[in-house]
Design a binder for this molecule. Sequence first.
Ligand code: FNR
Ligand code: LAC
Length: 359
Amino acid sequence: MPPKPVNVLDFEAIAREQMTPSAYDYYAGGAEDEVTLSENREAFRRIALRPRVLAGTATVATDTELLGLTLPYPIALAPTALNRLGHPDGELAAARAAGKAGALMCCSTVSSTSIEDIAAAATGPLWFQLYVYRDREVTRDLVARAEAAGCRAIVLTVDTPQLGRRERDMRGGFTLPAGISICNLERYGTADALRWSQTSSFTEYVHHLLDPGLTWEAVSWLRSITALPVLIKGVLTPEDAALAVDHGASGIVVSNHGGRQLDGVMATIDVLPSIAARVAGRVPMLMDGGVRRGTDVFKAVALGARAVLIGRAYLWGLAADGEAGVSRVLEMLAHEFKLTMALAGCPSISAITPAHVSR
Ligand code: FNR
Ligand code: LAC
């Protein structure tokens, strides 16, 4: 590997050199003008820290409780499609790295490795991210398989009734390279998946297969077919957060899909406080979007997140150096977060409060 990466941004530079341009663009890109993609980062930069001193931080504890799990730190792997675009070991490398750290990995429906194979490689906790297919029997079976594989929660993504316009992918004609497929879906008849892999775009795949007309009914339906906790991913307003709680969600993921769906929405870290106020601790809240530094994790926790999910950050580690790269990214972020806690005067997670940031 080229020069030793010392932070997540270094990993992105290495990944960019090593990946094909179209795979890099699929990972890195956002929708349309990528306003939200850059806002997710900019918004973190606008928030300043308010450190307290002489707070006794010789030891700092980062362990975090989340829906029955004890995590080593409030950083988990976000569901991201097609990890084998980044590295031949794909999701298996990610699962092994997460497992070694005891970190939580949320597996994507549209992974390039089946949920069964990921679960066999995993030694840490897994969640399953669900896309609802037009065919509810396929969807029901996906949920049953996730349960059977040992996943501890279902994360229903609700911001993708259609795919956002990813113009980098349109320009680059993004398609699946030979040998990579959406493994979880293969057994239901490969026609659509095959057609996509040979000739058409990811947009077309989503358009053909995913249900574009979901309503809150889907949440009730999902809760009726599984005993696992259901989290709702893609909430950006207090109104929808309240509806999610009313419909029995066990948790909320404040997310704009990393700026890949509706361009022009607010940065997630900016909407977090108002959503936290409405949810008022009734269910745990997670957030994702733009997390590249331990200070970002700290800001998210200060503003009400129980944990953050990292998408591109781990994908850059994966693309640069497989399992070892994902491990390094987790270590870097965990180390930076712990250092931030020490320097900000917070010996434990519960000591981090909104008063530790200035907006
Ligand atoms: C995603 N994301 C995503 N979300 C989801 O619910 N299901 C999925 O299959 C995917 N796939 C996916 C692929 C790639 C390449 C990226 C970058 C993202 C969104 C992901 O879970 C998360 O919301 C964002 O990645 C968070 O932003 P950052 O951390 O990438 O800035
Ligand atoms: C994406 C979909 C798969 O963001 O969630 O590409």
